[in-house]
Design a protein around this ligand. Sequence first.
Ligand SMILES: [Fe+2]
Ligand SMILES: [Fe+2]
Length: 327
Amino acid sequence: MAASAETIATDTRTLEMELVDHARYSRALKASKRVRWDIDTDVIRGREFDYSHKFLPDGLSLVDELDFLTDAQARLWSQVQGRTYAYVFGLVERYIGAKVLELSGQHWLGDQVALEALVRFSDEELKHQELFRRLEAMFETRMPAGYVRTAEPNDVARAVLSRSTWSILALTCHIELFVQSHYEQSIDADTALSPLYRDVFMYHWREECQHAILDEIEWRREHARLAASQRDQAVDDLIALVGAVDGILQAQAAADAGYFVSACGDASFTPLEQARIEAQMLKAYRWQYIVSGVQHPHFQRVLTSLTTTTQMQRIGQALAPVMAAFV
Ligand SMILES: [Fe+2]
Ligand SMILES: [Fe+2]
């Protein structure tokens, strides 16, 4: 029987490509072993957050656009967003860890270096989730009452994991690249942040650097397995996933704006200022969790290499409402 274009698409990986992947898995594994850290002895070290300092830097919280806030209110703004920043990573790491464990099955009887790299990846995400749960317990005892978490990790994971592997890896690669740019461009440079908060994301960044490499390898391997029609469907799945992320951000931004206003004292702001607070919270979350990843140069390169011009246009059109405030 003659091979169809669809079967040819699944047979495009060469021995040379496997060797290149093996070398990349190996480098990621070595780096993972080198940077490994412990929640208590390396990160928390018996410390508490210093609430006289900001948590998230201005470049992520976009506080500068709210010119009517006092210094104390601007600090609280960054602490509310910083609390949500830790919560959102704990949220997405539930599905990421599960997906990586599933992908590791493709290597059980194959490249044992790849298997070890992916097992460590999922182990690190389990540790990160524990770290972020610990942080949330610390925030709960010291920050004003009334904080709301609008999404539950297993619900989010079930929704994400129902989509195609290609789309899940695209979303994950995007997340794990923006983690790096946030740390390198904003958190690391801001010495005025709470020292514990800054350390948390320094240690998190160290392990995430390997994750983004592994996401890309697995994403490209999955791409090579798919026929053109499956890739096209995967682009629709990616658009749906980004839409779902935006839905979570809209709910959390509304909850956090309400929490922020009530923590400042409900009479502190005019109705117009309250409306600006609500809009700015959503703008900041879209910047943090969608736009900064979409604009990441490496993500752009990889996505462009794995999609057609028409598919990129489809993605661009779907993202247009979210990107509108940033172009
Ligand atoms: Fe993580
Ligand atoms: Fe990660």
